[in-house]
Structures are given as C-alpha cells and as structure tokens.
Design a binder for this molecule. Structure first.
Ligand code: SAH
Length: 297
C-alpha cells in the first residue's frame, strides 16, 4: 500500500510574529486554574527517584532528532516521569508507564515533530523564538510538555477539557520550574470561539484527540493566519487526510506536508501532518453542542 505521501511544499516561509511574550505564566485568563487541587509531589520522595533516573533511549533519540539535551533538561524529563507514574496511581493518566515506553512512546513520539515545525516556520534548532504554541487535548502533557522542555523558549498553552489533567499539569509546571506556560481548562470547540484564544497561536499541536476531520475544527480556529496546525497521527493518517480535506479547506487551512516520520527506537508507523492557516476561519466555526464530532465537516 503506498503510504509515503509527501505533499507539495509552500514556496514562501511562514512569517513568525516576534511579539514580546513576557511572563504569561498564571496570567488572568478566566478559564485558567489558579492552584493545584492536590498537594504537590516531592520528587525526591518518589520511588522512581527523579533526577537520578537515567533516560538513555531519550538521550540517544534526541541526538538522532538533532535535539541535544542538557543534563538539566534530562533531569526535567526524569522528574516528569516520576510524577507521571506517581499521579497515575490515582488519576489514570496513561497506560504507558514503563520507563522505556515513556521515553519512546511519550517523549520521543512528542519530540519527533519539532524539527519539522522548525523547518516549516523557517527557524533554526534549537528554537530561540518565543513561538506561541497551544496543545489541544494535552492530557498528561503530550506532546506539549516534552516540546517545552526541549525548546524552553516556547510560550506554551496546554488545553484540556478535564480538570484533573489540569491539576496534574500544574504540579508538573511547578515541580519542573517551567516558565511561560499557561494552563487552560476548557473544550477546544469553546476555546476556539473565545476572543482570548481564537487565532492567537503560531502553532497548535494535537495528538490522539480526534479523527482529523473533527480535529481540524478543534485546532484551526485557534491558529493565527500564517501559523501552523500540527496533527500527530498513526497509520491511518493518509485516509484521515483524504476524509478531512473539505474540513481543512472550510476552516481556512491548507495542508502543506504529510510527513511519514520515524520515532527513534520505535518500530511503528507515524505521520506528522502540517496544515498552514491561509485565511481566517469563518465565524460560525467551531460549532458548539458537540457538532464537530457528531457531524464532521
Ligand atoms: N494528547 C495526549 C492525550 C490524549 S487523550 C496524548 O497524546 O497522550 C485525549 C485528551 O483530549 C483527553 O485528556 C481529553 O480530556 C482531551 N479532549 C478530548 N476532546 C477534547 C475537546 N473537545 N476539548 C478539549 N480537550 C479534549
């Protein structure tokens, strides 16, 4: 089956705004939570003792992706792992908990898009620009938190419809000392209509949230004209893309690249779909009442 679909590329680079994004951490957005709901974990007390846990697959995989990690960044990934496993006992955040699996299926799988995003935006690695990146349906923080650890200059907004996920993410942000991260509790189809969120982001990423024809209506309204939506997909990507072409065009998007990617140390097929926002999304989108999912465009 021909699955390696590499589509035509844009000739002009996307212009990245250079607005001064200063300390949006814990800003005043009404949808944002203001304090962790649960006591914060002390990673030094955790059985999977935080900073000491070696992450050889992650370190090697990052080198393969051209993303060299400093010891401090590796320690942040290790802390993240310790908290993920600890909170997972209560919150059911993920079924992937073995250290090797988390390094590959969560961390490297999240990071695999970073070189593609940089290339499409015409920026160098390591990314030094405070690109505004939103992660829709981030769950336990994927792919947004690994992107932020690997590229600390990013101004990251993590969005999820479930409050308990946001509580976990608050602990992550505090414990890892991440700067310039905003947490938003809300549904994508509502946030896409909110003035503070609509067409505000340079890049909107999403992994494992919805089929592409539904996901397009969640993510594209949040992307500024000229920015990128980035969908992390598995083997069904080519068919999902065919089914979503109308939705993408209706929402002002234009697919620029469906890239088959190799996640280091993972023998599974993955795709990254890059969609450029070429015109504003019509005001009737996203639709409410679950219509994006019930009646995909
Ligand atoms: N992106 C993460 C989590 C995937 S699970 C990962 O790849 O591991 C899907 C997540 O999306 C859940 O946390 C769920 O709460 C959230 N979600 C699903 N539909 C959503 C919507 N319409 N708006 C906001 N969050 C949504």
């Amino acid at each position: 089956m021909p699955v390696a679909v590499e589509m035509g590329r844009l000739t002009s680079p996307i212009v990245v705004e250079r607005g001064s994004i200063v300390n949006r951490v814990r800003d005043t957005m009404p949808t944002m939570t203001t304090g962790a709901q649960e006591p914060q974990a002390d990673p030094s007390q955790s059985p999977a003792s935080a900073a000491a846990l070696p992450m050889p697959l992650l370190a090697d995989g990052c080198r393969q992706l051209g993303l060299a990690l400093t010891p401090a960044q590796e320690a942040q990934f290790a802390r993240y792992y310790a908290l993920l496993v600890e909170w997972n006992e209560r919150l059911n955040l993920t079924t992937i908990t073995a250290p090797t699996d988390v390094q590959v299926k969560h961390y490297l799988d999240s990071l695999v898009a970073l070189p593609l995003i940089a290339e499409e935006l015409g920026v160098q690695l390591p990314i030094m620009k405070p690109l505004r990146v939103a992660d829709v349906g981030t769950g336990a923080g994927f792919p947004g938190v690994p992107l932020k650890i690997a590229a600390p200059a990013l101004a990251l907004t993590l969005m999820d419809g479930t409050q308990k996920k946001i509580a976990f993410l608050e602990a992550i942000v505090a414990t890892l000392g991440l700067q310039n991260v905003t947490l938003v509790h809300g549904r994508a189809e509502e946030l896409g209509r909110a003035e503070t969120q609509r067409e505000r982001y340079d890049v909107v990423v999403a992994r494992a949230v919805a089929p592409l024809n539904v996901l397009a209506e969640y993510v594209l309204p949040l992307v500024r004209v000229g920015g990128l939506a980035v969908a992390y997909k598995g083997p069904s990507a080519p068919q999902e893309f065919i089914d979503a072409r109308k939705a993408i065009a209706t929402l002002g998007g234009e697919a620029v690249r469906l890239a088959p990617v190799t996640v280091p140390h993972l023998d599974e097929r993955r795709y990254i779909l890059l969609i450029k926002k070429v015109k504003a999304s019509p005001s009737q989108y996203p639709r409410g009442q679950g219509l994006a999912r019930k009646k995909p465009l």
